[in-house]
Write a protein that binds this ligand. Structure first.
Ligand code: FES
Length: 115
């Protein structure tokens, strides 16, 4: 599994989210209940950035229509979104936060290459 440094830990405050990119994939990096999470930054209902939404109690709320997504599982917890967002592993070493796209990232890059 390859890891990419995406931010310093201080850049992601409690109940905050920032948009980062790994290999061109936009990711919503969020902290809630003291934990860091990484999910796909694009809402599955429409093409808007989840990192611009509110983070609260392990969820991020899409600012456009209000669907919340569980940051641990990616599952929507309310309509209108019905499709989960991808989730990615994170790790922190010292002040550095890393995200891995794992197999899904490699699949996504392969799919893009075939278009
Ligand atoms: S665009 Fe996110 S819920 Fe509609």
């Amino acid at each position: 599994m390859s890891w990419t440094r995406v931010a310093s830990a201080a850049e992601v405050g409690e109940d905050k989210a920032v948009r980062v990119e790994v290999g061109g994939t936009p990711i919503c990096l969020a902290r809630s209940n003291g934990r860091l999470y990484a999910v796909a930054d694009t809402c599955t209902h429409a093409d808007v950035s989840l990192s611009e939404g509110e983070v609260d109690d392990g969820t991020v709320e899409c600012w456009l229509h209000g669907s919340c997504f569980d940051l641990a599982t990616g599952a929507p917890t309310g309509l209108p979104a019905t499709v989960p967002v991808a989730t990615y592993p994170t790790k922190t070493e010292g002040e550095n936060v890393y995200v891995s796209l794992g197999d899904r990232g490699e699949d996504a890059q392969g799919a893009l290459a075939e278009e």
